[in-house]
Design a protein. Structure first.
Length: 200
């Protein structure tokens, strides 16, 4: 279905997705193919107390999800159903600080203070480019207002961990490779999105 002659063939969309709020522009390349440029971003912070038998600790962290993306949407026979393929510039990152909040009792006569135990800064990030494939319903250029719902997945690859420790906790930096191996099976990030578009 070609865009109505009274419309520009350019649409603006807003979506809520698993990568956060998204804003995009849609351009008609042909009667069945749309070019989309959009970006999503979702930052949030977290804090968690860890209560163990030997020592209490706290984790303070910041998470950023999203990034800019370019995608092609193909509408077979001009239908609202579409298949999508593209790539995301992945800015997803987790940055956390782990530190003790109590003394560690090593023996009946020896204990270590939180300052002696030290702290650990841990960062998790992904490769910059994440290919995407998915499907959905809705055509941003079929009229003035359109509703869209989409389901797909990004191939994000294996995350990279970076540890930087101080004090007695510093040797745990060696666990980077262990964590990376543990996450090798989690290389896809699902995407579910729904939203509205308006064609100018």
């Amino acid at each position: 279905m070609s865009p109505p002659s009274s419309r520009s063939g350019v649409a603006l969309s807003v979506q809520a997705s698993t990568l956060g709020p998204s804003v995009g522009l849609h351009f008609g390349l042909s009667e069945t193919v749309r070019l989309r440029a959009h970006g999503a971003y979702l930052p949030y912070s977290f804090a968690r107390d860890i209560n163990q038998d030997d020592v209490d600790a706290r984790v303070d962290g910041d998470v950023a999800l999203g990034g800019p993306e370019v995608r092609l949407d193909w509408h077979p026979a001009g239908s609202s159903f579409h298949l999508s393929g593209g790539a995301l510039y992945n800015i997803t990152e987790v940055d956390a600080l782990i530190f003790p909040t109590s003394d560690y009792q090593f023996s009946d006569t020896k204990s270590f203070s939180p300052e002696e135990i030290g702290e650990m800064n841990a960062t998790m990030s992904y490769p910059s480019i994440s290919p995407y494939a998915g499907l959905g319903f809705g055509d941003a250029l079929s009229g003035s207002w359109s509703f869209m719902v989409e389901l797909g997945a990004y191939y994000v690859g294996s995350p990279e961990f970076t540890f930087k420790g101080e004090g007695l906790i510093e040797p745990t930096e060696r666990n980077e490779a262990v964590l990376e191996q543990g996450f090798e099976s989690f290389q896809f990030f699902p995407r579910f999105a729904f939203g509205l578009s308006y064609q100018f």
